[in-house]
Design a protein around this ligand. Sequence first.
Ligand SMILES: Nc1ncnc2c1ncn2[C@@H]1O[C@H](COP(=O)(O)OP(=O)(O)O)[C@@H](O)[C@H]1O
Ligand SMILES: [Mg+2]
Length: 250
Amino acid sequence: MALLEIRDLHVGVEDREIIRGLHLSVHAGEVHAIMGPNGSGKSTLSHVIAGKPGYEVTDGQILFKGEDLLQMEPDERAAKGVFLAFQYPVEIPGVTTMNFLRAALNAQRKARDQQEFSTPAFLKRVREVAGSLNIPQDMIKRGVNVGFSGGEKKRNEILQMALFEPGLCILDEIDSGLDIDALRIVASGINALRSPERAMIVITHYRRLLDHIVPDIVHVMSKGRVMKSGGKELALELEACGYAQFEDAA
Ligand SMILES: Nc1ncnc2c1ncn2[C@@H]1O[C@H](COP(=O)(O)OP(=O)(O)O)[C@@H](O)[C@H]1O
Ligand SMILES: [Mg+2]
């Protein structure tokens, strides 16, 4: 059974259909890349999987571990192991990253009937992971994403992902705004989380990221549908030929 199974998904925003009959099947252990031009519906898809409000699912199904995700609240989906790293991480003034992480992590552990982390155990874990991502201690003490650079926000998303240990990680344009050194750090943080029990969906419109996070399967999305799927060589083909051929077909 696939970890994530999307069947004939249709999603509208303000009476406009954005996702138009999308199928996707992701198994545990796999890393899928979704590529496609701006406006093809990649972020919309990631938001609908995570349960962000404001989208109307008009048809189709999303199953996670065989359960109907669309019937669950966003926090329930997170507790089940769905994690989305946002293309545009939000700032939360007045809440330190440390307190945010602890509250979110313990809420998830509680929902999973796992014991909450003690403060010392939590601090130790955060320091370890932050260190591996080159995140300085003082950044964790600041308000969530407040005054963070683009690269720091993206590293903060990976810090959350590493702590929450999700079953499905969706990374939306995690490479945008990163210079090559930051990209290496973020990619190695993501690669360290690859595991046979976990699946990842990496959304990007540049091939560059896929030199660092090598996907098992690449999908090309255009105008709300998956137009073509293939191996990692499909990313190279796209770089050579561009998206135009798929846009015409869509
Ligand atoms: N909240 C919204 N309100 C209106 N239109 C939206 C909204 N979110 C997305 N769209 C539209 O849906 C289309 C797909 O957007 P998006 O999913 O962000 O694409 P991508 O991530 O592939 O660039 C775009 O045409 C965009 O303008
Ligand atoms: Mg997007």
